[in-house]
Design a protein around this ligand. Structure first.
Ligand code: IYR
Length: 228
């Protein structure tokens, strides 16, 4: 018997099946229009859209409900420029020397390279940090102690998925960008050692002439396996 858990009744609205289907189909159709965008307009975006997306992400399930995430929202042109400069320096090195031929070949159809103008053009960068462990004050000694976090990679991945859905639903474009290595983000954004950069997400409107690579998604019958 768990002696510390406390419960309340679940608030759950059972929908009629027709409504379930309509809602599920509408969401699918909406999500199918999402594309990763690399060409951003500098047009400003209402901050509440960013705030609501982060509030949505923060409802995600997480290991032991530890919510091991921090979302840093950057709109300062000087800080965006610093991030771009550092990211491009790393990416330049990666594309030239660190990525294998196999990796470069796998990416070729996306047309990416080390240039990252979107890091300055997009009105907001959401930099997501994963808290690899937590920090708590020991009530007896008053000292800061480390708290182990469980499944933090999975937890932050789920939260980022929900963040991307919310931003798309709000009519915004995103790019999931992972410069490698990303340690410079701790320095520029002054984040503590328990926070590891997870992904940089430029957010905004697509540029008027934005181009996207022609790609397809795997068909349902190749990704869905039924065991009945
Ligand atoms: N981080 C690099 C390279 C890159 C890697 C993968 I895997 C991609 O799907 C796309 C890009 C970059 O951002 O260009």
């Amino acid at each position: 018997m768990n002696t510390t858990a406390q419960y309340s009744s679940l608030a759950f609205e059972r929908l009629p099946e027709t409504e379930q289907l309509a809602s599920s189909r509408a969401f699918l159709a909406q999500m199918r229009t999402r594309r990763t965008v690399r060409d951003f307009s500098t047009e400003p975006v209402p901050f509440e859209l960013i705030e609501n997306a982060i509030a949505t992400a923060a409802t995600a399930p997480s290991g032991a409900n530890q919510q091991p995430w921090t979302f840093v929202v950057v709109s300062s042109p000087a800080v965006k420029q610093a991030i771009r400069t550092a990211a491009e320096a790393e990416e330049r090195e990666s594309y030239a020397h660190r990525m294998s031929d196999e990796w470069l070949a796998a990416l070729a159809h996306l047309g990416t390279d080390w240039h990252k103008p979107h890091l300055e053009d997009a009105p907001y960068l959401i930099v997501v940090f994963r808290q690899s462990y937590g920090l708590a004050t020991d009530p007896e000694t008053g000292e800061m102690t480390k708290v182990k976090h469980y499944y933090s990679e999975e937890s932050v991945g789920i939260a980022v998925g929900m963040l991307l859905c919310s931003l798309h639903q709000a009519g915004l474009a995103t790019l999931t960008h992972t410069p490698s290595p990303m340690g410079f983000l701790n320095t520029i954004l002054n984040r503590p050692a328990n926070e590891r950069p997870y992904v940089v997400i430029p957010v905004g409107y697509p540029a008027a002439d934005a181009q996207v690579p022609v790609i397809t998604k795997k068909s349902l019958d190749t990704v869905l396996v039924r065991v009945e």
